[in-house]
Unconditional design. Structure first.
Lengths: 368, 254
């Protein structure tokens, strides 16, 4: 419920974004930011050299990096840079970031599809290099592809058996999950005849068919219509209620706001911020809108330039304060001028606003 | 357990592919053609039928490998279906071994089907004395196809389907000439001769699996030959799959 309230709006992370910069001031910010992230994480981290992560963590990532070397030019591209991240058991964490932020790289490193250049990671206490780490893992890759010579039930049976279920149980679970994702009416329909939305649902069913304790979903809402997105959200919520840990990446910010206990924001292969949606709201300065009856044109004092702005509409004047700290001063000024104040509304930025600001800051940092 | 699951899936994939059905039909048509043409073979109809029938099994098997086997793994990587497999608790070696078992089983099925058709034809035509030799030759052809499949799986795991097909075809052609290469090496200067010998030993010794001439004459081979060929195939396949898994283990799926 708290998440739904948070979804109505929140605040800023510019400090976190700047923190990845290269100049000394920015580095100072980075230290502050990383420290604050560490403080927020209540579960203990493994110390340096410690090989067993905290049992309360479903995902534990330490210094994970992935660099690609071009075979001819030997140019190094950093896909992911020194990522530290924890996901607690039973938590839903969203990975946010623009294209090329390192989200999919992170998820592929966790699922063993990529080999890390540096660093370590554990899933449910098992190092990701070991197949045991994938025993209780359900993974949905981005835009999943399947064997088009199989039908839905055959594919889910195969997926269940590969995850360790016996043939009879696998058959039963396959039927259950095919029905659960709304594909049970035609279980023998060949996958080549599936639509994109149906394939996405099948992918989810395949990730869930063996009742995993940890779900890793790469863009699970991608390519789905609003009904499909709602179904996926319901499935994730249902899994969370069962105690399943969910780590997913997404571009669809309202879904992230609705579902996540915490959000990790990645930009340019780096983690810039980890916080609950609520913390993000509380951390930033909050803008305020003052709506007034149309009246005499007031000239905004020069010392408020850039911090207070006015929009003139047909039936009202709207003053926007970038920081609520000046609310008293501005209100006093308006009342003194005889303006009739109709409403004072806090303007909580959406996750989208924060995300765009972070991306912009990172872009500026790179340009610099 | 896991390799067998992968193998079953690979078998299902191959047998539902139209290429395989077409190849089986082509093989049966070839056998029918031998009967139409054997009257023109100047009394050599028996030899002609057996030789062409056995060559058909090897040739069509090679065709299936080149058309399908050489993209076994590469296609999964390209289409990203491999993500759904390797993100489960299975090892990469188990995946490759499963692929090899599944595709080899497919080729054995084709060889067996065409081999039995050839054997039936030989018996029906009253050349029953050739039956055992034909079955032995079919067994050796199956071994040969399994060895080439291992190479195809290895190249497919490390390269694109086109390059993989070229490499596999290259190994097949050089492998057919491996005995001649060894003989040639003896006549060459020492350094070059050693290099040629190394190449001849690296490629599969495919003449070991060829008893078409013997079978055409109705002469069965020895148990020692069959045992040696089986042992050689097992060792060669194991070495190739070990190499493939060593390289595949560090492969990134971007």
């Amino acid at each position: 419920m708290e998440r739904s309230r948070d979804a109505t709006g929140l605040i800023l992370m510019a400090q976190g974004v700047d923190s990845v910069g290269g100049n000394p001031d920015v580095k100072g910010n980075m230290q502050t930011s990383v420290a604050s992230i560490a403080e927020r994480q209540t579960i203990g981290r493994p110390a340096v050299g410690q090989t067993v992560p905290d049992p309360g963590l479903a995902v534990c990532i330490r210094g994970l990096s992935k660099h690609y070397v071009h075979p001819w030019t030997l140019r190094v591209t950093r896909g992911l840079d020194a990522l530290d991240l924890d996901v607690r058991r039973g938590e839903v964490m969203g990975l946010l970031g623009p294209n090329g932020a390192g989200k999919s790289t992170t998820l592929k490193l966790l699922t063993g599809l990529l080999k890390p250049t540096h660093g370590q990671a554990w899933l449910m206490g098992e190092p990701v290099e070991s197949t045991a780490s994938r025993r209780s893992l359900g993974f949905l890759p981005e835009q999943p592809y399947f064997y088009d010579y199989l039908n839905g039930i055959e594919y889910l049976e195969l997926a269940a058996q590969l995850s360790g279920l016996q043939a009879a149980t696998a058959r039963e679970r396959a039927r259950h999950w095919l029905g659960r994702v709304g594909l049970g009416e035609r279980p023998r329909l060949g996958l080549r005849k599936y639509s994109k939305g149906m394939l996405q649902r099948l992918g989810l069913a395949a990730a869930l068919v063996h009742d995993p304790e940890l779900l890793i979903l790469d863009e699970p809402m991608s390519g789905l219509d609003p009904f499909g997105r709602r179904d996926v959200r319901d499935l994730i919520t249902e899994q969370r209620e069962r105690g399943v840990t969910v780590l997913f990446s997404s571009h669809i910010l309202p879904d992230v706001e609705m579902l996540c206990d915490r959000v990790a924001i990645m930009i340019g292969g780096r983690l810039t911020r980890v916080a609950t949606v609520g913390e993000l709201v509380e951390d930033g300065a909050q803008a305020v809108e003052i709506r007034c009856a149309p009246g005499a044109l007031l000239v905004i004092p020069k010392h408020w330039a850039g911090r207070v702005s006015r929009t003139q509409r047909a039936d009202e004047s709207v003053f926007r304060l970038e920081d609520e700290a000046r609310l008293g001063d501005v209100l006093g000024w308006l009342l003194q001028a005889g303006v009739q104040v109709r409403a004072v509304t806090p303007q909580r930025p959406t996750l989208e606003t924060l995300f765009m600001a972070a991306a912009e800051a990172e872009h500026e940092r790179r340009q610099a | 357990m896991i390799p067998l699951l992968i193998a079953r899936n690979t078998f299902r994939e191959a047998t539902r592919d139209r290429v395989l059905a077409s190849v089986v039909v082509a093989g049966l048509a070839l056998l029918a053609l031998t009967q139409a043409a054997s009257s023109l073979a100047m009394g050599e109809g028996r030899r002609f039928t057996v030789d062409l029938g056995l060559s058909g099994i090897s040739g069509l098997g090679l065709l299936v490998i080149l058309l399908t086997g050489t993209s076994l793994v590469a296609k999964e990587v390209e289409r990203r279906t491999i993500y759904n497999l390797l993100s489960r608790p299975i090892t990469r070696p188990a995946y490759l071994v499963g692929k090899w078992i599944g595709f080899s089983a497919t080729l054995w099925s084709v060889a067996l089907l065409l081999g039995l058709a050839l054997w039936g034809l030989v018996v029906l035509r009253g050349w029953g004395g050739h039956g055992l030799a034909v079955l032995e030759a079919v067994y050796l052809a199956g071994l040969e196809l399994s060895v080439i499949t291992a190479l195809a799986v290895m190249f497919s795991a490390l390269s694109t389907p086109v390059l993989s097909a070229l490499y596999t075809l290259g190994f097949y052609v050089v492998g057919q000439w491996s005995n001649d290469l060894r003989m040639l090496a003896e006549k060459l200067p020492k350094e070059i001769g050693s290099l040629v010998t190394v190449i001849a030993n690296l490629v599969p010794n495919l003449p070991l699996f060829n008893m078409r001439t013997l079978a055409a004459e109705g002469n069965p081979t020895t148990w020692l030959h069959l045992g040696l060929a089986s042992g050689y195939a097992a060792v060669y396949v194991a070495c190739v799959l070990c190499l493939a898994t060593a390289a595949f283990e560090s492969k990134d799926f971007k």
